[in-house]
Design a protein around this ligand. Structure first.
Ligand code: ACM
Ligand code: ZN
Length: 504
């Protein structure tokens, strides 16, 4: 049987017997608790609801009802038959996922002249992992609100449920923080000397109203927005705004180069703590998610080794090795978040230098340099999110090893991204139970435009989504490839037309 054209593949599909007649519109009906999901679905496919005068309507019923899978509100069933369409779930999340599977089938089956066809089948579906994420770096390149929304909508089409918003880095700070106006007045803009024919200032920030709008838009699509502020490294933009927070006092600049920089926040300066508090207060106000990502990756320690303030801090704390100051900062950050009812997430470097102070128990480790960090974290009892660059999760890597490709660093073919599995081989069942899931990341050093972002994201976002959603037993690269032509039709309909083609 030809696989049903949904990415990620549903866990169970039962073909029906009678073919569905083609139709030109849907007559929707939803119980009161499902009205929000129906409203978004109507916005996503307005042409299916707009023409009451057209004949050949099909019934669409959306029903929140406890079924066999009442313990997981992300599960759903979708039934397509000549008598109509029925989406059922014990939770609104599951209803949304069911409607997104239906959206894919509809867009893949759209015909000329405003007619639609659907296969006759029953689907019973639900996720393998609870954390299915997508990260967008909005520091190295500042993306518009409209692109961010488009990307969130596309992520939700694939049943992804977390938008990890990388808001700060050396090349730009994008979050206005009360009491620290220079973060956005100075830290959000850089002189782009790579554009040599003029001194171009590039950048921007998201106003609190815009951030709330993104959070609201994502929530309607059952996507949780998890903000990241990268601390205490990747700090050039912070230091350009507030040089007193660095070890040397500057001068600093918002970086237009890419790489890992020596200047980080000064671990010996108590002024960093009110700064962290102001940032976390802002995040708590804007983001309802219980998670805050504190970064922690690629911190250089040379400044701390030379800085008198950092050296006396180290002596006072009796930590021994300089790099353990990072663990001290991590503990402080985690405590500050706990005070605000939040759970910290850190890149896998937070596991290092923890011999003296340990790592706070509720810290979630995001494993990016490989799966090893995640394996170690789970052995130490921490929850883990897998996003290893070695396994095709970095979508800024090139699709192919070719100088024609617009990405950088390494290659992540569709097949490689498809093979990503958050449960690393050799994990015990106890360790595997700590794997919340995984995500794909789009770092934007060389992704200058949203159309290039589309090229990098698709179809690999679909490949990663299948690894996070579909049961291991049913995954098949061959089947995924067979579904790609229909997937291309779906992406075209969503004006995500720059996906990489021909789809391999
Ligand atoms: C990272 O890629 N530096 C987390
Ligand atoms: Zn210092």
């Amino acid at each position: 049987m030809k696989p049903v054209s949904i990415i990620p593949a549903p866990r169970r599909v039962t073909p029906g017997k009678e073919p569905l007649p083609s139709f030109s519109r849907l007559i929707p009906e939803a119980n009161a608790d499902a009205e929000g999901e129906l409203r978004v679905f109507r916005e996503q496919l307005p042409e299916l609801f707009e023409s009451p005068s057209l004949p050949e309507a099909l019934q669409l019923r959306i029903e929140l009802s406890p079924g066999g899978n009442a313990n997981n509100e992300e599960t759903y069933s979708l039934s397509l038959s000549p008598t109509g369409i029925m989406v059922r779930s014990p939770g609104t999340k599951g209803l949304y996922h069911g409607l997104q599977s239906l959206r894919q089938l509809l867009l893949a089956g759209r015909e000329e002249g405003g007619r639609w066809t659907l296969p006759c089948l029953e689907i019973d579906d639900g996720p393998r992992f609870s954390w299915r994420g997508f990260m967008l770096d909005c520091s190295r390149h500042f993306y518009s609100l409209s692109f961010i929304k488009k990307a969130i909508d596309a992520a939700s089409l694939h049943h992804l449920n977390v938008f990890h918003w990388h808001l700060t880095d050396d090349q730009g700070w994008r979050l206005p923080v009360k009491g620290y106006p220079l973060l956005t007045e100075i830290g959000a803009f850089r002189h782009d000397s790579k554009t040599t024919w003029q001194d171009l200032v590039v950048g921007g920030f998201y106003t609190h109203e815009e951030i709330r709008e993104v959070v609201r838009y994502a929530a309607e699509r059952h996507v949780e927005v998890v903000p990241e502020v990268d601390l205490p490294g990747h700090a050039s933009a912070i230091l350009a705004a507030y040089p007193n927070l660095g070890c040397t006092g500057g001068p600093y600049r918002v970086e237009d180069r890419y790489g890992i920089f020596e200047d980080v926040l000064c671990a010996g300066n108590d002024d960093i703590f009110p700064f962290f508090a102001a940032v976390f207060d802002t995040l708590s106000e804007l983001f309802p998610s219980k998670y805050v990502h504190i970064g922690g990756d690629e911190v250089k320690f040379n400044r701390w080794k030379e800085c008198p303030k950092c050296r006396s801090r180290l002596a006072e704390l009796k930590l021994g090795e300089t790099h353990r100051l990072q663990s001290w900062i991590t503990v402080r950050l985690a405590n500050m978040l706990e005070d605000r009812g939040k759970t910290p997430i850190g890149w896998d470097e937070v596991l290092e230098g923890t011999e003296v102070l340990g790592l706070p128990k509720d810290m979630i480790v995001m494993s990016w340099r490989g799966q090893e960090g995640g394996i170690e974290a789970s052995r130490r009892g921490h929850r883990v999110i897998m996003t290893p660059l070695t396994e095709g999760c970095y979508l800024n890597f090139n699709h192919l090893d070719s100088p024609e490709e617009p990405g950088h660093l390494e290659t992540a073919t569709v097949a490689k991204s498809y093979a990503m599995d958050p449960a690393a081989p050799g994990m015990s069942s106890g360790e595997e139970a700590l794997i919340l899931g995984g995500q794909c990341n789009l770092w934007s050093e060389v992704i200058y435009a949203s159309r290039i972002a589309e090229y990098m994201l698709f179809p690999r976002m679909g490949a990663i989504a299948e690894g996070l959603w579909s049961p291991r037993e049913i995954r098949s690269l061959e089947s995924f490839k067979e579904r790609l032509p229909a997937y291309g039709k779906v992406l075209d309909a969503l004006d995500l037309t720059h996906y990489r083609g021909p789809l391999q």
